[in-house]
Design a binder for this molecule. Structure first.
Ligand SMILES: O=C(CO)[C@@H](O)[C@H](O)COP(=O)(O)O
Length: 214
């Protein structure tokens, strides 16, 4: 069954603990870390991830939208992340490989993320050691954007690579996921759906999560 990962970017940060508890029927908690350089927005960092860890047992899926992420892998692992995603565009391939190595040493699950401009083949050097590939279906930086239908082809291509080289690797999609777009990405091969506004924008949050389980 498809897994749902609510993005706390759309939560009420004044009442973050309350809003995290509201999504306890979901599978993962998606935490968007932005540095104002890799993306034109600033969000949260290591101390907030540490506080989140203290208020939930949910699987923390931490998406690093930061330049040169290798500098912070150990800190996010110690803060309590269960999985870290680094962007393939955020550093040289040798440094991406090093970031994945540090994740392994720290005992966190390993993921790489792709901006919409990046081709599926970019995951090939890493695929055998990955636990997840994250395909962005919007330009990273902000919640509430429109789903990019052109990314369906990238999702299909990533799924084909996963099936060939590492079938247990998960395929997560992020950006504009809602009841209308969820069936499209699942049909293309995604098995983990990140949703911000389609979950936190709704009155009945458990029902909103259930509506994405296609
Ligand atoms: O990483 C990001 C945006 O960069 C996402 O995780 C958004 O938070 C998803 O929000 P919606 O598009 O679902 O509103």
């Amino acid at each position: 069954m498809v897994k749902i990962a609510p993005s706390i970017l759309s939560a009420d940060f004044v009442n973050l603990e309350r809003d995290i508890k509201k999504v306890s029927s979901a599978d993962y908690l998606h935490v968007d870390v932005m540095d104002g350089c890799f993306v034109p927005n600033l969000t949260i960092g290591i101390p907030v991830v540490k506080s989140i860890r203290q208020c939930t047992d949910m699987f923390l899926d931490v998406h690093l939208m930061i330049d040169k992420p290798v500098r912070y892998i150990e800190d996010f692992a110690k803060a309590g992340a269960d999985l870290l995603s680094v962007h393939l565009e955020a550093d040289h391939p040798t440094q991406i490989a090093q970031a994945l190595k540090v994740m392994g040493e720290c005992g966190v699950k390993k993921a790489v993320a792709l901006r919409p401009i990046t081709s599926a083949n970019a995951i090939l050097p890493y695929i055998e050691e990955l636990d997840m590939v994250l395909v962005m279906t919007v330009e990273p930086g902000f919640g509430g954007q429109s789903f990019m239908e052109s990314q369906l082809e990238t999702i299909r291509q990533v799924r084909a690579i996963i099936e060939k080289y590492h079938p247990t690797c998960e395929l997560e999609v992020d950006g504009g996921i809602a009841p209308k777009t969820a069936p499209l990405v699942v049909e293309a091969g995604a098995n983990v759906l990140v949703a911000g506004s389609a979950v936190y924008g709704k009155e009945d949050i458990p029902a909103a999560i259930a509506a994405l389980r296609v």
